[in-house]
Ligand binder design. Structure first.
Ligand SMILES: *[C@@H]1O[C@H](CO)[C@@H](O)[C@H](O)[C@H]1NC(C)=O
Length: 436
C-alpha cells in the first residue's frame, strides 16, 4: 500500500481498544477458557468446529491474511486459507510467499461460519475478480452468516459485489473516498449485522478478535487477546538504554532466520513492516526445505536457506519467536555462528518472544537489559525490563512478541532511519505511532 498523505481519524491503537460490539453473548463467566492450551469450546452445542475461509491472491496484504488465520486458529476455529490463483503458492503484497491450504474451487460447496477477506493491492482486485469467491461471499451474506473485509477489500471487492448495501462500512483511509459517503465510517472496526469491516494491517488484531468474539463469545476473545499481548496498558511500549547510532549510508540489510514452528504473525509482521520502510530483508530457512510450516500451520516459503544466506553479512539479525521454532533455531550451528560474529563485529541483533532466551544461552545478552515473552522472561538471568514491550540496549533489541511486534518493527525503523519514516510506515498500516 502506498504511503499516505491522508489524515487519519479515530486512529486508536488496537492495543487499547476492545472489539466494539458484542454480538454473541458469552457463556457463564465461570467458563473462562484458555484457548491456547485447551479447547475454548465448553458446551456440547458449540462443539462443532467453526469453519472460516480466508482467501488470498497475488498481492494480498500478508499481515492481514496471516493474523486473521493465526488468531482464529488460536481461538479454536477450523480455518482454510484458500488461493484464488491457479497455484497454491502466492506472493503477498510485501513479498512474503504464502502457501494456501487449498484452491478456492475446493471451497465452492462448503458452508462457512465466517468468510473474511484480507486487503492489500492488487490482492483485493484478485479477490474481487474471482467468481467462485464472489459467489461464496454473496451466498454467505444472503444466508445471514458472518462475513467481513479489511483494508482495500471493503471498497475494492465488497462494493462491486453489492454487499455494502444498507450497511455502514469502513476501510483503509486511502480507499475511503471510494465508499458511498453516507455509509463510510471512520473507525477501526465497524460491525453492522453480519458484516464486519476494518482499516488496515495495524487494525487486524482488533478485526480478528472481533470475529473471535462474534463466533465464540467475549470471554474467549478476551482470553485470546491476553495471550496475544494486545492489551498493552500493563506495560510501557518501548524503552531505550545506552543509546547508540544505528544509521547506515547504504540500504540496511536484515536477516530473519525461520524454522518449522516459528510464529507466523511475528515473522510476517516484522518482514512486511521492515520492507515497507525499504529495508532489505532476507528470510532464511534453517530447515532442509525453503518452505517452513509455522506454529499455527501457516506455510511460508523463505527467500533462501540459511547456508546460502550465511555467505553475506547483515546489518541486523532478528530471531522470531514461537516455542518450537525457537528450539529449532537454537540448534542451527550456522545461526549460532552468524550471531556470534554479529556480536563480535559490533553489529545489531535481537529477538522476539522466547528467542531472547536463545541469545542469552549463546552469551549474547551479557550486560544487556532485555525483555521477552511473559512465559520466557523468568529464564532470563541478566537485567530484565519486565514491564516493557520493546527494549533497546545499545545494539541489542528484544521484545515480548505477538502484539508487540509492530512496535518492535517500528522501533527498528526509527533507529535506522529516524522517526519520520517510522511514523509514515505506521500511518500506512493504520497504527498509532508511539509517542516519544
Ligand atoms: C518442516 O516443514 C516442512 C513443510 O513445510 C516439511 O516438509 C519438513 O518435513 C519439516 N521438517 C521437520 C524436521 O519437521
Amino acid at each position: 500500500m502506498a504511503a499516505l498523505a491522508i489524515p487519519l481519524f479515530n486512529c486508536v491503537p488496537f492495543s487499547v481498544q476492545a472489539p466494539r460490539k458484542v454480538v454473541t453473548s458469552p457463556p457463564a463467566a465461570a467458563t473462562r477458557a484458555s484457548p491456547l492450551t485447551t479447547s475454548p469450546i465448553s458446551s456440547p452445542l458449540s462443539s462443532l468446529k467453526k469453519k472460516v475461509l480466508v482467501p488470498i491472491g497475488m498481492g494480498t496484504e500478508e499481515m492481514e491474511a496471516v493474523i486473521l488465520v493465526d488468531v482464529l486458529r488460536r481461538a479454536g476455529a477450523d480455518v482454510l486459507m484458500a488461493s484464488v490463483e491457479s497455484e497454491l503458492e502466492v506472493e503477498a503484497s510485501s513479498g512474503t510467499k504464502l502457501v494456501a491450504d487449498v484452491g478456492i474451487a475446493e471451497c465452492a460447496d462448503e458452508v462457512f461460519d465466517l468468510v473474511a477477506l484480507p486487503g492489500g493491492m492488487p490482492g483485493s482486485v484478485r479477490l474481487r475478480d474471482c467468481e467462485v469467491l464472489r459467489r461464496i461471499t454473496v451466498k454467505q451474506a444472503e444466508d445471514q452468516r458472518l462475513y467481513g473485509a479489511i483494508c482495500a477489500a471493503p471498497a475494492v471487492a465488497l462494493l462491486p459485489w453489492g454487499l455494502h448495501k444498507r450497511k455502514q462500512i469502513t476501510c483503509h483511509p486511502a480507499f475511503m473516498d471510494k465508499l458511498p459517503s453516507f455509509r463510510a465510517v471512520k473507525s477501526n472496526i465497524q460491525v453492522t449485522g453480519k458484516l464486519t469491516t476494518s482499516r488496515g494491517p495495524g487494525t487486524t488484531f482488533e478485526f480478528a478478535l472481533s470475529f473471535v468474539e462474534q463466533l465464540f463469545g467475549g470471554d474467549v476473545a478476551e482470553g485470546v487477546g491476553q495471550k496475544l499481548l494486545v492489551h498493552t496498558d500493563d506495560y510501557q511500549r518501548k524503552e531505550e538504554f545506552n543509546k547508540v547510532d544505528w544509521s547506515f549510508n547504504q540500504t540496511p540489510t536484515v536477516l530473519v532466520p525461520v524454522a518449522n514452528g516459528s510464529e507466523e504473525m511475528e515473522v510476517v509482521m516484522l518482514v512486511d513492516i521492515l520492507r515497507r520502510a525499504k529495508v532489505n530483508v532476507v528470510v532464511a530457512s534453517v530447515e532442509k526445505s525453503k518452505q517452513i510450516i509455522a506454529s499455527q500451520s501457516t506455510k511460508i516459503v523463505a527467500d533462501t536457506n540459511i547456508a546460502d544466506a550465511s555467505k553475506s553479512i547483515y546489518d541486523l539479525i532478528i530471531l522470531p519467536g514461537g516455542t518450537a521454532g525457537v528450539e529449532r533455531l537454537q540448534k542451527s550451528r550456522i545461526v549460532k555462528k552468524l550471531l556470534r560474529e554479529q556480536m563480535e563485529a559490533g553489529r545489531i541483533y535481537g529477538g522476539i518472544c522466547s528467542s531472547p532466551v536463545v541469545l542469552q544461552k549463546q552469551g549474547l545478552l551479557k550486560d544487556k537489559i532485555a525483555t521477552a515473552h511473559p512465559y520466557a522472561i523468568a529464564k532470563l538471568t541478566g537485567q530484565v525490563a519486565e514491564k516493557v514491550g520493546v527494549v533497546i540496549d545499545g545494539k541489542v533489541i528484544t521484545s515480548k512478541g505477538l502484539g508487540t511486534v509492530i512496535d518492535f518493527s517500528l522501533a527498528i525503523i526509527g533507529k535506522l532511519f529516524g522517526h519520520s519514516r517510522a511514523r509514515s510506515v505506521a500511518e500506512g498500516i493504520v497504527f498509532e505511532y508511539p509517542k516519544s
